[in-house]
Design a protein around this ligand. Structure first.
Ligand SMILES: [Zn+2]
Ligand SMILES: [Zn+2]
Ligand SMILES: [Zn+2]
Length: 152
């Protein structure tokens, strides 16, 4: 992967966890279609074309092996960037004395009743979260609300 070891490690663990919950075996390390399936995104050729444009991936015709591989790497890079953006937001909450999970100024995370502020699951809060960032606006993995472009 084209991302630094520590970021790559976290994402790989999160992906492995996500793919462990699927009935279908998803080869996200080699296939962009499988990666998109894993992230609950559209994997059709039209959407991949749009995504390639958005992420500025120009490595051959849409749907070609070369383009698919470049697109897969670009998506993983975006996910790593989302993790960094998320960490910055959590640190800012910490400095401001806000709940790390939801940003509320009047309770601490261990008292938080909101779902996970990072992945939006109900079973935990951010300090126990091992999943990728999920957008509260559109529900997709890989960006936060402030970066939401309304995928689809
Ligand atoms: Zn909270
Ligand atoms: Zn979570
Ligand atoms: Zn979004």
């Amino acid at each position: 992967m084209d991302i630094s070891a520590s970021e790559g490690h976290d994402l790989e663990a999160a992906f492995a966890d996500l793919s462990g919950k699927r009935h279908e075996r998803l080869d996200w390390q080699h296939s962009v279609v499988d990666l998109l399936k894993l992230l609950d995104l559209d994997y059709g050729v039209q959407f991949r074309g749009w995504l390639a444009d958005t992420l500025d991936v120009r490595a051959g015709p849409v749907g070609s092996a070369k383009q698919n591989n470049a697109l897969r790497k670009a998506i993983i890079k975006e996910l790593a960037a989302a993790e960094i953006a998320w960490t910055e937001m959590r640190d800012a909450r910490f400095r401001n004395g806000q709940c790390l999970n939801c940003g509320h100024p009047r309770h601490w995370e261990h008292r938080c009743q909101a779902r996970c502020g990072k992945c939006l699951h109900f079973s935990h809060t951010v300090s126990q979260c091992g999943y990728p960032v999920r957008c509260i606006g559109c529900g997709h993995i890989g960006h936060m609300l402030r970066d939401c472009q309304g995928l689809e």
